[in-house]
Design a protein around this ligand. Structure first.
Ligand code: ADP
Length: 346
């Protein structure tokens, strides 16, 4: 404001009388006789210019000063409010959000702060959930082991091979839980080394089907492979794909007592699909959205006995996503389930 008013006054002061005198000379050149009135005219012009300038400086300085004060006060108020809210957030009140403002720049700042706050709140929620899930999962085997050890110490229980087996099973469960968790946390954080290479998955599918067929009891389901003789190469880490398929086939065998388990592979433009289809117990529609969540199991007690940790599918999903694929599930209760994923072609 000061620069604008200052330059207006200086330029006006220097140039206006000069232009006025030039104009008078031009009029004299055209034959007007101004010789005696000239000094009066110049003085009158200067007085008028001076008055006009003083008034315009007063009015414009007041108007622009008032306006700048009002605008900066609004901005400062908003900034102070934002500072308070960010301090609250930093102090641990994670649901604190900045109000939207009618100043577009501040509005953008509030929106991005709120996005950041929401994602931090999500991380914190997931961390709390993980700790509570973990405590729950660790407590069961620890309680069993402690119960047996106390009874053995008191002499209420005799040592027997079954007790040893029970203790070994529970400690193995703890070990598996810790290993799975480590794998999952690495996969979710993207720390798992993924060695992407063009690979042909057919030999892997054949060898896995052969290996798992040996584990199925004679009256169990039939395991078969439906795969075209030539598969185009996919961009993937073969060890990680094997890990996913072992988990899917292991689950299919665990939850299927009769019928069939089919490993199917087919191609689409730019994608290779692999599906593990079983005719097992299936998953209820209300449970389907939770299948890939860590620690989720359809029936806690049944699966605890069968040794599952509920982490396998969460790891599988992270592994597939790390290889730019996606995994899906379809299932009908008591009819069977289909777990299928795609990988990009190399
Ligand atoms: P788990 O180690 O318990 O099998 P997963 O993450 O691999 O953990 O599976 C989570 C849960 O999803 C299982 O406990 C089971 O209830 C359900 N599930 C997974 N695969 C199947 C399947 N093929 N048929 C029926 N239920 C399944």
């Amino acid at each position: 404001m000061l620069v604008a008013v200052g330059s207006l006054v200086i330029i006006g002061k220097v140039s206006s009388p000069r232009f006025f005198v030039l104009r008078l000379q031009e009029l004299e050149g055209r034959g007007f006789y101004l010789r005696y009135a000239r000094t009066e005219l110049v003085r009158g012009f200067e007085t008028a210019w001076y008055r006009g300038t003083v008034w315009s400086v007063i009015v414009s300085a007041t108007a622009s000063g008032g306006l700048s004060y009002w605008v900066s006060k609004r901005i400062m108020q908003r900034l102070a409010e934002m500072e308070q809210i960010t301090q609250k957030f930093a102090a641990g009140q994670l649901d604190a959000r900045l109000p939207l403002s009618d100043i577009p720049e501040l509005n953008r700042l509030s929106t991005s702060f709120n996005h950041m706050a929401a994602s931090l709140e999500g991380v914190e929620q997931r961390r709390r959930q993980l700790v509570s899930d973990l405590t729950h999962e660790l407590r069961t085997p620890l309680t069993v082991v402690r119960g047996y050890l106390e009874e053995l110490t008191d002499g209420r229980l005799e040592l027997s091979p079954q007790i040893y087996q029970m203790l070994a099973r529970e400690t193995k469960r703890l070990e598996r839980l810790v290993n799975d968790l480590q794998e999952l946390s690495k996969a979710e954080a993207g720390y798992l080394p993924i060695n992407l290479q063009p690979v042909n998955l057919r030999p892997l599918l054949e060898s896995l089907v052969e290996k798992f067929a040996d584990q199925i009891l004679e009256d169990g389901p039939v395991l078969r492979l439906e795969c075209p003789p030539q598969l185009p190469p996919v961009l993937a880490d073969i060890d990680r794909i094997e890990q996913v398929l072992v988990n899917l086939l292991g689950n299919a065998i665990r939850y299927t007592t009769e019928g069939s388990i089919t490993v199917r592979a087919w191609t689409e433009p730019s994608k290779l699909w692999i599906a593990v289809v079983d005719t097992g117990i299936g998953i209820a529609p209300e449970n389907l959205p939770h299948v890939f969540e860590r620690f989720w199991r359809a029936d806690q007690s049944r699966n605890r006995n069968s040794g599952g940790t509920g982490i396998g599918l969460a790891i599988s999903r992270s592994l597939i996503e790390l290889q730019s694929g996606e995994i899906f599930v379809e299932s009908q209760l008591f009819r069977g389930s289909t777990f299928q994923f795609f990988l990009p072609l190399a």
